[in-house]
Design a protein around this ligand. Structure first.
Ligand SMILES: [Zn+2]
Length: 286
């Protein structure tokens, strides 16, 4: 029997307090650290389906919840970085950006005992020297490109490559030693398969897109956030779309995705087999 196609479930581990929607809202809540409390159940649910994933973790969340992140790593998941503070990288001066990359990697390695080689930028926001800086700060791959159409007020329109590749093929002159794993979009429609679009369009949209990509030999790269699984507190000024189908709906959607006929593997394992960027198992010296 042929083995099922591979898929990558990535978890951008930030709390509601880290989201641009909360940060730019007029209102506040007493405790906006919502999301981390969902991590244990996410780990349990993925274990039920024998699924491994890659968690791009915000350094501040790991600092505040080290036991939870240690548990994620202990369950066979890969840990990557999602910066220290989850600020948009292109808003920051070069030395601050460098510290966001370097310090998050170091602290996540200390907490988990794993090598951290992968990175995802908050809101997929990266600048011209991004890949060079990743190489300087000890990373081997990035997963911050979304080959989607241009979406007003958001992002998109910048990238078109859907397969795992190296940074020099998506940005001329970029460091070829850095691997790139693009996030999955629906062929034709060119909108992401997950994020808000999972919640807007429903789980059948996501699974149809996964199958479509798999038929083309592409392992779909999905992303979810722990706060999407929580009952989010109402905050004045947070757009209503942020709340759509969060909580119980997302738990059912995740189970349906994990039930689909895919093998859920880490981001790094897909890059190892699909590119010659780095040798399997090789990690940088720390
Ligand atoms: Zn994020």
């Amino acid at each position: 029997m042929a083995s099922p196609p591979r898929a990558v479930l990535t978890i951008d581990a930030e709390s509601f307090a880290h989201t641009p929607a909360y940060r730019t809202a007029g209102g506040t809540v007493a405790d906006p650290d919502v999301g981390p409390e969902q991590i244990d159940r996410l780990v349990e649910t993925m274990a039920e389906y024998d699924a491994r994933g890659t968690w791009f973790v915000v350094g501040e969340l790991a600092r505040d919840h080290p036991d939870r992140i240690e548990e994620v790593a202990a369950n066979g998941h890969e840990i990557g970085s999602h910066t220290v503070t989850h600020r948009h990288l292109t808003d920051l001066a070069a030395d601050t950006r460098q510290a966001e990359l370097r310090d998050s990697r170091e602290s996540l390695e200390t907490i988990t005992g794993q090598s951290v080689t992968g990175f995802r930028a908050p809101s997929f926001d990266i600048g011209a020297d991004h890949f060079e800086m990743l190489a300087e700060t000890g990373y081997q791959y990035d997963s911050s490109t979304v080959p989607c159409r241009s979406i007003p007020g958001w992002y998109g329109g910048e990238w078109s490559i859907q397969r795992p590749t190296t940074a020099d093929t998506i940005q001329s002159g970029a460091n070829a030693s850095i691997g790139e794993l693009p996030v999955a979009v629906m062929p034709g429609l060119r909108l992401p398969l997950t994020g808000s679009w999972l919640r807007f369009f429903g789980v059948r949209y996501t699974i149809a897109g996964m199958r479509w990509l798999a038929r083309r030999g592409i392992a779909p790269v999905l992303y979810v956030h722990p706060w999407e699984f929580a009952d989010l507190p109402r905050v004045e000024g947070v757009p209503r779309r942020v709340y759509v189908r969060t909580g119980a709906w997302m738990w059912r959607a995740l189970e349906r995705i994990l039930e689909a006929d895919f093998e859920f593997v880490t981001a790094r394992s897909v890059l190892e087999s699909e590119t010659d960027t780095f040798e399997p198992g090789a990690a940088p010296d720390n």
